[in-house]
Ligand binder design. Structure first.
Ligand code: GLU
Length: 382
């Protein structure tokens, strides 16, 4: 990666698509791209995470935001994506730069090889001075393989590329301590612990997928990776740079003072987990993120997983304390913990050091503010 400042800018559907006509809002795009051209001229790398494909495609398939079901939205995304990118391309050319499209699904973040591959591609585009425009590949994603909203998608991209800032442009000027329509609502300029505001952020936007809640979830993911998040109104001149230079009001979510490394962040910030283990009461005080978890430290397990899958790690009170990457499959682990007195080599047919989760692949969650990707089901015994 170059030493330039890297920023990810997330743009919501309502800024990009006219709410009634469902056509591109070129006025907004002009202001945005002019600002991006300026930021690039000052030496900043910009990656866009743009919504709008569903909103722009609805008209072509004869649907509206209210009438469209899941498969309609998938078809609308296929229609809207070329319209969206064409609009970006035209306006980008006016300001003298090229754009490129990257369509991702959850697997591109969760599978480490695909994660690295995607990251390399983004870096290669930045080296070539092209602005990557990322969106979720809605046309082919089903519920199980979706990130689900572009706020979190943008945070995952920011984490992936080690961005300095994530700017979330939306229809409001930032976070309020209660519904902004309430006359007593107070603007919140800076946030450290996003969990304090989750209750105040219920509700979602009409055109996009997220609301203020998903923005805070995204900000939480970003802050753990050392990224500063800004939530700001996009409907203005210089929508990004005036946020970054502090001349316009925005909510700033400050990064964690000791951010996770790229590897630890990849382990901790997953949306899908393959299984879980409960550690013994005797071991739980030794959970320090460095000591490996061995078979004798595991009281029970759940799920079907393979080597390299990430597991939830619970203590005996059912509190999720850590996440870690398993060096064993669920079948192997089940055999090992159901036969505690038989040597592993005899059970598995090969020699092992007995570390189910190595210290280097274990991340404590104690500094996290939100566990929004925690499983619904309670863990059960092996
Ligand atoms: N990927 C969706 C689209 O392009 C937007 C999802 C979101 O706004 O969160 O329309």
């Amino acid at each position: 990666m170059t030493q330039k400042r890297n920023i990810v800018v997330k743009i919501g559907s309502a800024l990009l698509a006219n709410q009634q006509l469902l056509t591109p809002r070129y006025g907004f795009l002009q202001r945005l791209m002019e600002d991006i051209a300026q930021l690039r001229a000052e030496g900043t790398n910009v990656i866009l995470c743009s919504s709008g494909s569903v909103a722009l495609g609805l008209r072509l398939i004869g649907e509206t935001p209210e009438s469209a079901g899941v498969s309609d939205k998938q078809a609308a995304a296929a229609c809207g994506m070329p319209l969206l990118l064409n609009a970006y391309k035209q306006v980008g050319h006016e300001f003298g730069f090229e754009i490129a499209q990257i369509l991702l699904t959850l697997g591109d973040f969760e599978d480490h090889r695909r994660f690295l591959n995607t990251r390399n591609t983004v870096h290669r585009l930045l080296e070539a001075d092209v602005v990557p425009i990322v969106n979720e590949n809605d046309t082919i994603t089903t519920e199980e393989i979706r990130v689900g909203d572009n706020d979190r998608l943008a945070a995952k991209v920011a984490q992936m590329v080690g961005a300095d800032d994530l700017v979330i442009l939306t229809g409001v000027d930032g976070l309020y301590d209660r519904n902004p329509d309430d006359p007593d609502a107070q603007f919140v300029p800076e946030v450290e612990d996003v969990s304090l505001y989750m209750d105040a952020t219920k509700g979602k936007s009409t055109l996009g997928t997220g609301g203020m809640g998903t923005k805070l979830q995204a900000a939480n993911m970003a802050q753990e990776a050392g990224v500063t998040t800004w939530i700001a109104q996009g409907e203005v001149d210089r929508p990004v740079s005036h946020v970054l230079d502090g001349t316009r009001r925005a909510t700033r979510i400050i990064p964690h003072p000791n951010p996770l490394s790229g590897w630890d962040s990849w382990i901790a910030n997953r949306l899908q987990m393959a299984g879980s283990v409960v550690v013994t009461e005797a071991f739980e005080d030794s959970l320090d993120g460095k000591q490996p978890i061995r078979r004798e430290h595991i009281a029970s397990m759940a799920g079907d997983f393979t080597r390299g899958d990430v597991l939830h790690i619970y203590d005996s009170k059912g509190v999720e304390r850590a996440r870690g990457l398993s060096d064993f499959t669920s079948e192997e682990l089940r055999v090992l913990i159901n036969n505690p007195d038989t040597p592993a080599e005899q059970l598995l047919g090969y020699r092992t050091k007995g570390e189910i989760i190595r210290g280097a692949n274990l991340v404590l969650l104690e500094t996290r503010h939100l566990l929004w990707d925690a499983p619904e089901e309670i863990v059960c015994a092996a």
